[in-house]
Structures are given as C-alpha cells and as structure tokens.
Design a protein around this ligand. Structure first.
Ligand code: G3I
Length: 370
C-alpha cells in the first residue's frame, strides 16, 4: 500500500496541493496500489460510487468498480418515477440487477431516494392529500420492503431545504409540501423505519459545503430541519452531504467542521453521498484542471474525515465517462470552451487521476473508526 508519507514524498503522486508538484498523467489502476475502498475499510470507513445498469455492460467499468468500491448506489433506477411509473405499477427489474451485482461482488448498497421533488412520478400531480399520503406510504412500504435487510442507508427525503423559497422553516416549496404540509417529511421517515428497521435513514442534500452565503444559509436550513425532526422523534439517523463541489468557490475547513460537529451533536452520522467536481472555473488544460480539482477534493475530504461521525464517501459515478455533468442540465456545468468536464476520480479510460490520489491521501490520513 502506498502510505500517505510515501505519496507526500513523491510529488509525482501528489496530484495537487503543492504548486511545484508535477501533476502525474492518469495512470493504470494497478500502478497505484490498493483501491479506495480497501483504504477506506482500513480506517473503518466505506468508499463507493453511483452506477446504473447501463454500466454493467461495460467490462472496464465493472472491473474498475470491483477494484475501487465496497458500496454502491443507484444513480436513478431506484427512484419513485422509475419504480412506479404508473400508480400501483411497480417495476424493480433494473434496481434488482444493481442489487444482485452488489451481492455477487460483496458490496453494500445505499438506497436512493424515496421522496424527491425531481423524481415525483407524473401521476402524483392529480392526487388529493389523502390519496397522496397513501401513495407515499405504499411506495415506501413496497420499495423499502423489497430489499429489507439489504440496504445499509436509505436516502429517505432528498433536497427538501431551499432558503430561497422564503419559508420560515427553510423548506422547499414542492408538491409534497403544498399538499401534505411539512409533516410529509417525518411521515416518510416513519414509513421507512417500519418497512426496514435495520436500515439507517438519511436526509440528503446538496450545496452545504462551500464558504459562501448560499451554503451558509443552506447549512442553517438543514440544521433547522434536522433539529425539528429529532425534536419530533422522527427516526432520522444520517445526514447525507452530496458534496457536488465547485472549483473556484471558497472552502473553509473550520466552518465546515463546525457544521459537521453540530450535526454529530444531534446523534447523527454523516455520509458523503455524491462527491464530484464541477471544474468549469478551471483552465481547459487537463493537467492544471486535474491538479486544481484534486487539491479541493483533498482539502474537503481531509476536513470532512477528521469528523469521526463521517462514515462513508461515495462519488457520483467513478469515471468521467459516466458523469451527469456532461448532460449540461445545469448552466453552471456548461464550459465556455470545448473542454470536456473531468468531475470524477477515474478518467474516461478508467485510469486513476490526481483526484483519485487526493481521495487516497485523505482516506489514508483519516483517523481510524475501527
Ligand atoms: O438511460 C435512459 C435512456 O435509456 C432513456 O432513453 C432516457 C429517456 O428516458 O432516460 C435515460 O435515463 C436518464 C438517466 O438520467 C441517464 O443517466 C433518466 O431518464 C434521468 O432521469 C436520469 O437523470 C438522473 C437525475 O438524477 C434524475 O433522476 C441522473 O442520471 C442523476 O445523475 C441525477 O442524480 C441526482 C441525484 O439523484 C440527487 N442529487 C443531484 C443529482 C444530480 O442531479
């Protein structure tokens, strides 16, 4: 295993953080020693990635997943719009294939995600309060119940906080909120607990990580929600921080660690659930871009993993080949030049990039949870 000391002593492997370091070209997998999950497990942590069934047909992708991951999550095929496209018409064939791949490869699975305004099935829009409450209950019972005992953590509610919506409770104005009121959130957690008492139940959100006014407001809203859920006795166990990082935005380890401490003091554990890097603000030059991305990822993860309540790191895909960022759904993802985004630890050819080394350094240097 390449220890942190060895890596730090060899600028070529540093990847970033030292201005003088020569950023290494992407290197074949075997060249840099144990995979990221092996390094995580040595510290009592887990490392994994999001995937979809289309990637199961790619031998180089599945080989890289086997080499790097001990934890998987469905990028979209476990979401409500996918598993119940019509009321009562439940379709689990595709997520079952992901569950089977995880089982055969002795990997854990995260469940993602039960209630999210962006994956509300279209038929939901026509339901009144009673019908919608029943539909959510039935969906959670059926979906969580299908893999009872096989999902470590469920993202029960996703992205329910939006300060810009101006509510005193910081909640996002979604269809669920409009029809059922804020109680849809504890109700979802209670339904999930009843369906699988063994699963840890998470609230998952994005935009908390940076030292910006927007992130500070987001963190206040998330903390307010978590404190309210705990006061109400809702069975919430985990905060999922998505960590879709933005190169060029400031990151302050101290204020981030203060937030993580506040969450841990509620008795929650924390999981990094969708780590990737929007490198739009970095130069087109690959070496420079990779170095900048790796430096921010390393600083973020070193600060995050110093908090012992943090138990897992999941990237939102493993290889640049599969990143959602290429879809350009968000304006802030669209580069002005023709350069292709490089958001993830492996490049299109499944070679380990400086970001991979940054994650390895952070995992190797993390305090042990074992
Ligand atoms: O692969 C199918 C294709 O066969 C089909 O022809 C096409 C049209 O229906 O759909 C394709 O699947 C799409 C898939 O992305 C492709 O990767 C799904 O419709 C589409 O819903 C899916 O979008 C996902 C999105 O969540 C909405 O579920 C993205 O993959 C996924 O990266 C994104 O992930 C979210 C997290 O769940 C929550 N946090 C933010 C993150 C990024 O938006």
């Amino acid at each position: 295993m390449i220890g942190r000391r060895a890596v730090l002593a060899s600028p070529a492997l540093l990847g970033a953080g030292c201005a003088s370091a020569q950023v290494p070209p992407p290197i074949p997998q075997a060249a840099a020693g144990p995979g990221l999950h092996a390094r995580a497990a040595a510290k009592g942590l887990m490392f994994g990635a999001a995937l979809n069934t289309g990637q199961l047909a790619e031998p180089d992708t599945t080989a890289a997943i086997r080499a790097e991951c001990g934890l998987l999550v469905a990028e979209y095929e476990m979401k409500w719009d996918q598993v119940e496209p019509n009321r009562g018409d439940r379709r689990f064939r595709l997520p079952d294939r992901l569950m089977e791949f995880a089982r055969v490869n002795r990997m854990a699975m995260r469940g993602h995600t039960l209630v999210w305004h962006e994956s509300d099935p279209p038929w939901m829009g026509r339901l009144d309060a009673r019908a919608l409450a029943n539909a959510m209950q039935d969906h959670i019972e059926a979906t969580v119940g299908r893999w009872r005992g096989r999902i470590g953590t469920w993202d029960v509610v996703n992205e329910a906080v939006r300060a810009e919506d101006g509510r005193v409770d910081w909640l996002r104005r979604t269809r669920m909120l409009e029809v059922l009121g804020p109680d849809y959130i504890p109700a979802a957690f209670r339904a999930a607990r009843a369906a699988d008492p063994a699963a840890r139940l998470a609230y998952n959100d994005f935009g908390c990580e940076h030292a910006t006014v927007a992130a500070r407001r987001k963190r206040m809203g998330v903390l307010a929600l978590l404190r309210g859920l705990k006061r109400a006795g809702a069975p919430v166990d985990v905060l999922g921080v998505q960590a879709h990082l933005q190169a060029g935005q400031p990151f302050a380890a101290d204020e981030w660690q203060d937030f993580l401490s506040d969450v841990a003091e509620l008795g929650l554990t924390i999981e990094v659930t969708e780590l990737d890097m929007n490198d739009r603000a970095l130069p087109a030059d690959v070496a420079a871009r990779d170095a900048g991305s790796a430096d921010l990822v390393r600083r973020f993860l070193e600060a995050t993993l110093a908090q012992r309540a943090v138990r897992a790191v999941v990237t939102w895909g493993l290889s640049d080949r599969h990143s959602w960022v290429h879809a350009g759904r968000l304006p802030e993802h669209r580069r002005r030049d023709s350069a292709r985004a490089r958001p993830l630890p492996l490049d299109d050819a499944m070679r380990r990039k400086p970001m991979w080394h940054a994650i390895a350094i952070a995992l190797d240097g993390a305090p042990s949870r074992a």
